[in-house]
Each structure stands twice: as C-alpha cells, then as structure tokens.
Design a protein around this ligand. Structure first.
Ligand code: ATP
Ligand code: MG
Length: 694
C-alpha cells in the first residue's frame, strides 16, 4: 500500500515558514534562555483528532524537527469521565499517519497524579490553597463579575491543619462529589476572573481509563497543565488564543509550587477555523452519535481519520498547515485552501483513468461487434514528467457521460449533440448519427460513427471537434460504486447563528452514491490506490468497503472548485457551467480566473491564441510557476499584467504567483483588480518582505 510513500521527507526544510513563534524561539535561544527546544502536543483523549489538531501537531512537531529539539505526545487525561482508550489509540495512529514521531516521549498526565497531589499539599502548607465546602453555585456567584470584585469564601481562612485534613479525606473518598473543592488562595479582586481563587481539585467518583479507581479527586486543567509542562521540561508551551487569560494562572501555579525561571512558558496562537465544517469535539460527537455521518472516519468529517479515509495524504495536510501559517488573530480559513493542497499533491501522484458516472450507451455503428481496438493511452499529462501508459479497449458499445450529450444544446455547448462530433479522449472523433428515445421521452442511447483516421485525436483534414469527452467500453468496462463526497454543510459558517442548531445546515447532498463504469485497467487496484478520473476529480479506492469483485471509489476532491457554481445556481443566477466559453483575446477582458473561467475554457483560449499559449509556457518554464497557477495567471491580461508587475519588484515568481492566486484573487471575489488598494509593485514588495521573514 502507498501509506509510506505519502509521508513527506522532513529532511529538507529549507523553506521553513517564518512566524512570530519562530522569531520568539530564535530570540530565546540567542539569549541563552533555553539549551534547546522542547514542545508538546497535549490532546485530551475524549475524541478523534481533527484538522485543527493537525495545525497544532504540524506546529509543535515541526518546531522540534527544525530546531533539533523534541516534541512530546502527552495525553492530558485529567478528566476520567469522557476519556477512553479508543481515543488514545486513534490519536497515536493519527499523529503517526501525519508523519510525526514522538520517539520515547509518550506521556500521560495521569502518571503525574501523585506528584500533583503532593504539590497541592505543599500549597496548602504555604497558605496558597484551601478547601472550600460551599456548593458550586455559591462559589460561582461569589466570584463576582468584570469590574466588580468577588466575595471571599468563609472557608478561605481555614487553618493549614484543617485544610490538610479535609484534602486528605477528599482523597480517601470520604465525601460525595460536589461537597468540597480545593481552591487556590489567589486574588478575589483580580481583574482576571480566572485568578479569583480558581478550583485546583474536585471530587469525582469515576474510574479512570488508566488509573482505575486509585483516585477520586482529579486536578483541574489550569493546575495540571502547567505542572505537566514543567515536569517534562517543556520550553515553549503553545496553545490556542482562548487560553490567553489562563497564562496568568499558569505562571501563578508554577511560582507557587516553586519552579524557578527559566522554565516553561505559554504562548498562544490562533486556532484553525475552517469553512463548511465544525470542529468542536462535542459537535463532531453529535454528528456521529445522531447518525448524520457513518462514524468518526466518515470521509466527510474534518477528522484526520475521515480525511485519510476520504483520500487525503499526510503531505497535503502538512502543506495546508504550512500554507495557512501561524498567527495571533483568529480567522476563518477558506476551505478552498485545503482542497487546493490535496489537488496539488494528487496531481503528481495519481495516474489518469476514465470513469463514467452516469452511463449513456453509445453504439459505434461502423465498428464490428466483437472487435476490440486496444489503445495505448498515456496515464500522465506531459507536465508531470512521468512515463507510463495503460491499455484501454475501444469497442462497438461504449458509455459516455449522460451529461456530455444534449438533445437541444445551450449556446456554446462543447460536447456531443445530434449530428455533432466530439473527440473521445485518447481515441477517435465520434459523430452522433441517431438518438434513440426511451418510452419516457428521455434519451436512451445513441448511435454514432467513429472516424478511423482520427486515432490519437487529430483529424488529417484539420477539422476541429466540438470538445473532448471521456468514455469507457461498455463490454470491457468494470462496474463500480462511486461515492461522490461534497461539503458537509451548505453554509460556510454553520455555527454563525447561535439561535439555530448547526445540524440544520447539513448538506443533504454531501454524499451521492452512483453506479459507474470504469476502464478495466483498474482491476487489481488496492484499497488506498488513487487515480484522477479525467474531467471528474481525484478518487481513492475505499480503505474499508472496497473488494476485488466490487470496487468502491471515494471522490477525494473535484478537479476545480465546483461549489461557487452550485451556490450561483441555487441563488438563481445562470449556472456558469453552461455559459458560452468566452474567447479570451489579447484585448482587455473582464473575465477573471478561478471563479470566473473554467479550466477547459482556459485551455480553449490558449488553443485559439498563440500569444496566450506562449505566455502560459513562459510562466511555467521560465518563471517556474506551477502549472495550475500559470494557467490561472496567464489567461487574463489584467491579471497577467498585475502578476508581472509584482515579479518585476520581487523576482521569486513562484511565491508571487501563490500570493496572487491564493490570496489576492480569492479576496477579490467579484471586484476588479483596479479596485484593490494594493499595486503590483506594492504586492511585490510585500511578498519580498514576507519571504524574508519580516
Ligand atoms: P475541544 O474544545 O473540541 O474539546 P480541544 O481544543 O480541547 O478541543 P484538545 O484535545 O485539548 O482539544 O486539543 C489538543 C491540542 O490541540 C491543544 O493544544 C489545542 O490547543 C490544539 N487544538 C485543538 N483544536 C485546535 C484548532 N482548531 N486549531 C489549532 N489547534 C487546536
Ligand atoms: Mg481541551
């Protein structure tokens, strides 16, 4: 299987992304504060890891890798109630699959319970902690509110002896849950509410998945986490922004227990929020438990297990995490970036195949029954630079995509029509001679002829077909199940309305199952094998449900962002798909890439204009811009001029291209480039600074 080859080679990190955390670490090392870098990834084993965790994993393990330090995998298992070994196992498998290794540094917070307990006794002895025996509601009411100091608990003045006695009896199991808690004697007037005598321990008569019934008191996150970091001599403890206010308490506990500086320090970064999905474990658990998805590894889930089952590669997730970077302010990330990462990775690792998802039968009248023309068709486009081909049988009975034929074609239709002629990819020209209608009036099948002189897709007389479509032999093709996955929610921010249950925003069409037919060369493929089904998308043989006699393919991602189109259609706008392909000539055009023009339109445009083709080739071959970016940047004069203006200032064309395509053009949506506040030279300068780590 291909799992191993999916893992990135960590050896080369020449392009390690700059961010404020790396700058801080450089300064710390420069100042001699720490001898090396020790980070940790501290999941609570109460759910499966998701793409947000992947951001934290790539950050923490990536720093350890790049600074020759180490990164611990530590289970923050201080709450026995929701935790489970199933999660402990899945988390380890997921981190490994992502390509990271903690070596010997696997830890469990529960292993430190005894030490944490004795430090708690020492806090009592120092007068820095006390047992409070009031009900939780009273404690919380006494905490006061912002701008208003809290009220001290009547138990705050308990003697050390009384506190020790009560705390020991809490541990011994003498009290019911909720009857006592251990609190820090911190500051009831602090403007930081978390500092108003926070809880350190609570009673929970629950079995723990590792310590069993050894404990019936459990430490709170704010007490435990900093001690775990200190025990393991973590240098940089990275967490998400919500823990901003907890930092004061983190330091308070370490001071109180007596850890001297330099010691572990907490730094916050923005958590990943991704469009069209939810990330909270509680909500993901609801999706699983209420049966909206088939499990934690449902290919629509944002979990690592789901992404793996869908067909994502570790390399694509890593490059996504690099692309989004690490910043200090929260923002919603365009899901297009995740999809871009996987497309970019799969493009070079997925051989091309033909598959028909909604078969329409075609009889090739002038090819005798039983005759098979074995066509040798390249499985890589030339830009990939890989050799290889497969044999594809061309027979009298074929299938084409139902959607590639129109009885009454709309204007600009570039596929098959009655009397029309298309190129069958890798084969011949095909002309539609006759349409057979079924009883329901729908097209039942087509009778066609092929032109034997057009083998390879070129006509000796130079005539042009109406377009190029894919096809499969009906006689030799293999039936298969196709699982066409789409976004789990119909809205970019399913949680945006607090009044509404996010479940209501689920996309009914996030999974469409089709019976398709695929070319016979896929027989013998293994679970985990990935292909590009031409014109359809990237697919992977399902890891669980596929078997030799009944292949199941998951659609990992479409070839282009089809979502924008669907949204337009739903809102009553003319579907862009059906629009006549505008000719892009060298005069100024209003069309813009990605959202506005489709790849095949751009290909057509280049076929019509040698000028555009030359520009495309120059971006790709001379400037080293990726095929996908060159395609987008070269086709529109305005965009091309902007790009070239920026490159004139900052010569790293690949970097500029990424910025223009991934940020500028996405940001632009329907506005014009000229409406932007930034000039080409300004962008070039900016990218230059960013590349230099400023
Ligand atoms: P939840 O609140 O849904 O339970 P969590 O953040 O508490 O999730 P943990 O298991 O505690 O989940 O997370 C482990 C680590 O992963 C933490 O350091 C946390 O900061 C980080 N993490 C969790 N979610 C994200 C996210 N969306 N983006 C970046 N880091 C995240
Ligand atoms: Mg947590």
């Amino acid at each position: 299987m291909s799992a191993e080859s999916d893992v990135n080679d960590h050896g080369e990190d020449a392009g390690a992304p700059r961010n404020f955390i790396r700058t801080m670490i450089d300064e710390d090392l420069e100042a001699g504060k720490y001898q090396g870098v020790v980070t940790r990834f501290p999941p609570e084993p109460n759910g499966y890891l998701h793409i947000g965790h992947a951001k934290s994993i790539c950050l923490n393990f990536g720093l350890a890798r790049d600074y020759d330090g180490r990164c611990h995998l530590r289970f923050d298992d201080t709450n026995p109630v929701k935790e489970d070994v199933e999660y402990v196992d899945s988390i380890q498998a997921d981190v490994k699959w992502l390509g990271f290794d903690w070596g010997e540094h696997l830890f469990f917070a529960s292993d430190y319970f005894e030490r944490m307990y004795s430090w708690a006794e020492s806090l009592i002895e120092k007068g820095l902690a006390y047992v409070d025996s009031q009900p939780a509601e009273v404690i919380s009411a006494q905490r006061g509110e912002l701008g208003k100091p809290g009220i001290e608990s009547p138990h705050r003045a308990r003697s050390v002896e009384e506190n020790l006695d009560l705390f020991r009896r809490m541990r011994a199991g003498e009290f019911p849950e909720g009857s006592h808690v251990l609190r820090a004697r911190a500051d009831m007037t602090s403007p930081n509410m978390l500092m108003r005598d926070p809880l350190l321990y609570r009673i929970k008569h629950a079995d723990h998945h590792r310590t069993g019934d050894a404990w019936c008191i459990y430490p709170m996150y704010d007490y435990a986490h900093c001690l775990e970091d200190a025990i393991e001599e973590i240098t940089h403890s990275l967490c998400t922004l919500e823990f901003d206010n907890n930092r004061e308490l983190y330091d308070w506990v370490l001071d109180a227990v007596g850890f001297a500086r330099p010691r572990t320090e907490q730094t916050e970064f923005a958590r990943l929020k991704l469009e069209y999905t939810v990330m909270s474990k509680r909500k993901l658990l609801r999706l699983v438990e209420e049966g909206h998805v088939s499990g934690w590894d449902d290919p629509r889930m944002p979990t690592i297990a789901g992404l793996r089952r869908r067909g994502y590669t570790p390399a694509s997730i890593q490059s996504f995490c690099e692309m989004i970077g690490v910043a200090k302010s929260n923002s919603m990330v365009d899901i297009g970036k995740l999809e871009y990462s996987i497309r970019d990775d799969l493009n070079a690792r997925s051989p091309r195949r033909f598959c028909v998802t909604e078969p329409l039968k075609v009889t090739v009248r002038n090819l005798p029954a039983g005759e098979v023309v074995d066509l040798d068709i390249e499985e890589w486009p030339s830009e990939i630079g890989k050799e290889g081909s497969r044999s594809v049988p061309f027979t009298r009975e074929l299938y084409i995509e139902r959607g590639d034929f129109a009885l009454e074609p709309p204007k600009g239709w570039r596929r098959l029509t009655p009397g029309g002629e298309v190129r069958l990819r890798g084969a011949f020209f095909l002309r539609c001679e006759d349409v057979v209608l079924g009883e329901d009036g729908e097209v039942a099948e087509l009778t066609c002829t092929y032109d034997v002189d057009t083998l390879g897709g070129k006509a000796p007389d130079g005539r042009k077909p109406d377009g190029t479509i894919h096809w499969v032999s009906a006689e030799r093709g293999v039936p298969c199940e196709l699982r066409l996955y789409d976004r789990l929610f119909t809205e970019a921010e399913p949680e945006s309305d607090p009044e509404r249950d996010f479940i209501e925003a689920l996309n009914d069409e996030s999974l469409v199952v089709r019976r398709g037919v695929i070319e016979p060369s896929v027989l013998g493929s293994e679970p985990g094998d990935r292909f590009q089904f031409e014109r359809l998308g990237y697919f992977m043989v399902d890891l669980v449900d596929s078997a030799a006699g009944s292949l199941v393919f998951n659609r990992v991602v479409t070839l282009k962002d089809g979502w924008a189109k669907q949204v337009a259609r739903a809102s009553g706008e003319a579907p862009k798909k059906e629009k006549a392909p505008t000719r892009v000539k060298s005069e100024r055009t209003k069309r813009r890439p990605e959202r506005r023009s489709r790849e095949d339109e751009r290909v057509n445009a280049r076929q019509e204009s040698p000028e555009l083709a030359a520009r495309y080739a120059r971006y790709k071959d001379e400037l080293g811009v990726s095929e996908e970016n060159a395609d987008i940047l070269s086709v529109d004069d305005e965009v091309a001029a902007f790009f070239e203006g920026a490159v004139a200032v900052h010569a790293d064309a690949q970097s500029v291209a990424n910025w223009v395509v991934n940020d500028l053009l996405r940001e632009l949506k329907d506005r014009e480039l000229s409406e932007l506040a930034i000039t080409p030279a300004g962008l070039g300068g900016l990218v230059g600074l960013l590349d230099a780590g400023e």
